[in-house]
Design a protein around this ligand. Structure first.
Ligand code: GN1
Ligand code: MG
Length: 406
């Protein structure tokens, strides 16, 4: 046990994470609210995979000359690759524990990006995947891992909005995504992660983990578990409405965090949405809700000081305006259920983090041993706060809807 902790404490990613926190605190004294990030250039010889060989399979412009780890996703492994012609690409290994059928996933992604590209004026408004020399959208290596590449797009992503306008822009981006795909036949897409946002099923899986409790962690998280279980009824609301036909099935993104929106460096306007792995049939309220969970929160998803976590009603209104201005084809019922989407998505992600902590951190990448528990606690705190603000959220949605429809 001691040696395991020793390893985790001195594991490079953890050290880097701690250094980032230290510098963030230091800089905060002089420059205010900023988040320091370090990027490590990994020397070629220690990279644990033969990137040159791997990338040569794809139809690239030039030969790769440099690469580095890229981004902060919880799921896939991501690298940025530059070639001798100056072309820049993203290379990604698809997490096969999370995505059981990468060919189906890529079939969804290609169908949606082709559809979007035919409907936008600027090429930066839709992702562009690179085919292999054999014409496939992915490469399967000898280990059975799936790799894909796409054009690196100039722009930037934010982990937290720096202004109202940033968050408004992300509302526009996800609202536009909804709008552009409103005539796409949702039933032609695969369900890449079955029951992904089926909260009723998430509760079933949660209870199964409680019954197993493989590491005996349950005893330390009883309060959080009780909170989740007490919200089972409300958690199933949207799913039941889908089953009864009250809410329509749409093409949804299903991971609508602010950091999945690419902004233009000069204008700071939304260019497009990234990370299309979980694009599948779903509910508009889920897409809206996940954006609120992440971007209208007053603290980061893994903030340790729970007193800092709440939902900012002003930011809620800012996002609602962007989303409803761009997504004009939602039914009255869908619009009415948007605040419920925020509450349920936050509850669901809280449940998932807590489940993963109980399971022994199998699903989400973690940077330190209690990371999933910390994340679960922030989400459940946010749920509790949203509950006290539900009436106000409903009022804001009705007000914004009325003003957008004028
Ligand atoms: C995962 O990898 P990332 O950060 O884009 C997860 C989402 C969660 C999110 C929580 C496929 O997304 O569902 O909401 O973490 N993606 C998958 O931050 O499970
Ligand atoms: Mg994702």
């Amino acid at each position: 046990m001691l040696s395991r902790h020793f390893f985790i404490l001195y594991e490079p990613r953890v050290c880097l994470y701690r250094l980032e926190n230290l510098f963030t605190l230091l800089f905060a004294r002089f420059y205010g609210k900023i988040r320091v990030r370090f990027y490590v250039q990994i020397p070629n010889e220690v990279i644990p995979l033969d990137i040159k060989k791997l990338t040569s399979v794809f139809q690239l412009n030039g030969k790769p000359i440099s690469w580095r780890e890229f981004g902060h996703g919880h799921i896939n492994s991501t690298f940025k690759v530059t070639t001798d012609t100056g072309a820049e690409y993203i290379l990604q290994k698809i997490n096969k524990y999370v995505f059981r059928n990468p060919p189906r996933l890529m079939s969804n992604v290609m169908a949606v990006t082709d559809y979007l590209r035919a409907r936008v004026e600027d090429p930066r408004m839709a992702m562009h995947f690179i085919l292999t020399k054999r014409g496939h959208p992915y490469y399967r290596d000898s280990e059975g891992d799936f790799w894909r590449m796409y054009d690196f797009m100039q722009g930037f992503c934010l982990d937290a909005p720096e202004s109202d306008e940033d968050f408004y822009q992300s509302g526009i981006a996800f609202g536009r995504f909804q709008e552009l795909l409103s005539d796409f036949p949702a039933n032609t897409l695969y369900e890449t992660i079955p029951e992904f946002h089926n909260t009723i099923d998430r509760y079933r899986q949660f209870k199964a983990s409680l019954a197993v409790d493989p590491l005996g962690r349950l005893a330390c998280v009883q309060e959080e578990v009780d909170f989740v279980l007490a919200h089972e009824e409300v958690g199933g609301t949207l799913q039941r409405m889908l089953q009864s036909g009250e809410l329509p099935l749409r093409v949804t993104h299903n991971d609508t965090k602010l950091n999945n929106v690419l902004l233009d460096r000069k204008t700071r306007k939304a260019l497009c949405v990234l990370d299309l792995d979980t694009v599948m049939p779903g509910l508009s309220a889920h897409d809206f809700g996940d954006s609120i969970r992440f971007g209208a929160a007053t603290a980061a998803e893994d903030e340790q000081d729970l007193s800092k976590m709440s939902m900012d009603l002003h930011m809620f209104e800012v996002y609602t305006r962007g989303f409803l201005e761009a997504a004009t084809k939602l039914t009255d019922k869908e619009v009415e259920m948007l605040p419920m989407g925020a509450l349920i998505m936050t509850l669901e992600v809280g449940l998932r983090f807590l489940k993963d902590y109980i399971d022994g951190d199998l699903y989400f990448k973690t940077a330190y041993p209690e990371h999933n528990l910390v994340r679960a606690r922030t989400q459940l705190k946010l749920v509790a706060d949203m509950e006290t603000k539900m009436e106000e959220m409903n009022r804001i949605v009705a007000k914004v809807r009325a003003s957008v429809n004028k």
